[in-house]
Design a protein around this ligand. Sequence first.
Ligand SMILES: NC(=O)c1ccc[n+]([C@@H]2O[C@H](COP(=O)([O-])OP(=O)(O)OC[C@H]3O[C@@H](n4cnc5c(N)ncnc54)[C@H](O)[C@@H]3O)[C@@H](O)[C@H]2O)c1
Length: 359
Amino acid sequence: MTTANGQKLNIGVIGAGSISGAHFGAYAGNEDAVLVAVCDKNEARARAAADKYGAQRIYTDYHELLADPGIDAVSICTWNNTHAEIAIAALEAGKHVLCEKPLCKTVEEAERVQAAVEASGKLLQVGFVRRYASSVEVLKRFIDAGDLGEIYYAKATCLRRLGNPGGWFSDKERSGGGPLIDLGVHIIDICWYLMGRPKVKSVSGNTYRKLGNRAHIKNLSFYKAADYDAEKNDVEDLANAVIRFENGASLMVDVSFTLHAQKDELSVKLYGDQGGAEVEPALIVMGEKHNTIVNMTPQIDNPTFNFEDAFGREITHFVNSCLGRTETLSPVQDGVEVTRMLCAIYESAATGKEIHFGE
Ligand SMILES: NC(=O)c1ccc[n+]([C@@H]2O[C@H](COP(=O)([O-])OP(=O)(O)OC[C@H]3O[C@@H](n4cnc5c(N)ncnc54)[C@H](O)[C@@H]3O)[C@@H](O)[C@H]2O)c1
């Protein structure tokens, strides 16, 4: 596969806020990629990133970046409500796309992005960064070798006691929702991926708005959007759900931006008929040997999610996929399926009913 300069993949990054630093850092460390342009509505932010990471060009309008023939691929690091529109425009302009999670806000948008991928023949990798963590790659080998047998239950929790990032994250119009679409997307995806991507049968969910964003709390810091503003908050504080799959497996999940919990909690657990595993808080595999239960702790550098390592691996995989050396681990179809699950949880919560698929 050829690139614009025949050798390295020329990259444009759209959106230069908080998460873009992980993309810029990973491209800087990748010898097959060159950052050539940065775009942000906020010109000073685009300029600061371009100066820091050595990009030649800055734009405030993403259409202009996409019209730049010297760009082969883009990272989309903007608000959720812009992902579909920018991804479709990028694909139509002949660029490969790495789109931050969630793929978009609605199933209708997700299907339009998928159609654009198919029409363009370009690659779209969904930013399901947890799939690229080294601990997950290790566990996937155990699972593929049958060490867990048939995985029939998974349980994932990501509870923040204080962690509404404010700004666009808490503006439903721009985010599509609260902790479910922001945090739930990661843990639902990682369970579903490790369970072998079974077909969804039904979804039952609940969402709550009981505590607000608790912007009055002092002496405890938390992740904030680049343009932090606690003024607007119309997203849920807490969501929980049960997802049933056609193969009989089930997934239980709960996520919060704020909750009267003793501490933050992150856990991702999978249970099969031959063994079990925990991805978080740290990789461990459970099984039996000689009529004895054994807990096996893989000896690896990053037994828990390491942000920099995982983003580096995600971006290396994207670059290699764009260069035709491998296939992406997180294709657009998976983004569409996860969007279906997230939207069904919101629909179930709003209607008070279980949502059934494929009937
Ligand atoms: N993978 C992860 O672990 C992870 C973590 C945090 C955020 N994210 C995702 O990354 C995305 C960005 O989140 P963030 O925390 O960096 O937000 P942010 O608000 O800090 O940054 C977003 C930037 O996008 C810019 N922007 C918005 N619309 C634009 C447009 N149409 N054209 C050009 N620039 C535009 C804003 O000016 C801002 O600088 C979100 O989709 C979020 O879900 C992923």
